[in-house]
Design a protein around this ligand. Structure first.
Ligand code: ATP
Length: 198
């Protein structure tokens, strides 16, 4: 099975595009963010270690870990970020590998927003980067999340530069036009991935 790592900056269109692969071509999509969320849930394999690291103040009344609190803490403290990554990353990688083994298709998509930043390239055979302009990121995310463009800009600025990310790409989808403009690019890539597995 060919493993395609799909990555891109905030609001680049990772979900829109991976949903299209799944809904149109029945391609399995593994979502690293979803796996992290499950790992941090009260029954998840990273819950206890994470609470130990951040203390009881990271627990909400619902018993869930306050992910916003974690994000703020690690943003301001590199040592904490590294410690959290040591807890989460090996577990995310193990779960991705076990999910890949369950599918019986020619290829699958593994959506990992921080694929390059967290050095997970070895998990995938090819890297598909979704690229869009900074202005589109600001417009689309602020509309989707009902937040200010300044807030989105802070996140974009903290992420890897898009030119740098593109250096790692085996394949690129450019998402600067309408949603319909994605369809042909996705179809071409789908065909390419099938051809690569012959
Ligand atoms: P995140 O990094 O926040 O998880 P993402 O990379 O998964 O985001 P999407 O959620 O797919 O990105 O897209 C961001 C927003 O932009 C969504 O509201 C989506 O519907 C919208 N969008 C995506 N592509 C286009 C497009 N070509 N034209 C207009 N809106 C778009």
């Amino acid at each position: 099975m060919l493993r395609i790592g799909l990555t891109g900056g905030i609001g680049s269109g990772k979900t829109t595009i991976s949903n299209h692969f799944r809904d149109t071509y029945n391609i399995p999509v593994i979502d690293a963010d979803e796996i992290s969320r499950q790992l941090l849930s009260p029954t998840g394999k990273a819950y206890i270690e994470t609470v130990r690291l951040f203390g009881a103040e990271c627990i909400l009344d619902s018993k869930n870990i306050d992910r916003q609190f974690l994000r703020k803490k690690i943003f301001a403290n590199d040592d904490l970020r590294i410690s959290l990554e040591k807890i989460i990353h090996p577990k995310v990688q193990a779960e991705i590998t076990s999910q890949v083994d369950m599918f019986d298709t020619k290829y699958c998509l593994i959506v990992i927003p921080l694929l390059i930043e967290s050095n997970m390239q070895a998990l995938v055979d090819r890297i598909l980067v979704i690229d869009t302009s900074r202005q589109n990121q600001l417009d689309r995310v602020s509309a989707r999340d009902q937040c200010s463009k300044d807030h989105v800009e802070d996140i974009v600025n903290a992420q890897m530069d898009s030119k740098e990310r593109l250096k790692y790409a085996d394949d690129i989808i450019t998402n600067n036009g309408k949603r319909e403009d994605l369809i042909q690019q996705i179809e071409q890539l789908h065909q390419k991935y099938l051809d690569l597995t012959i």
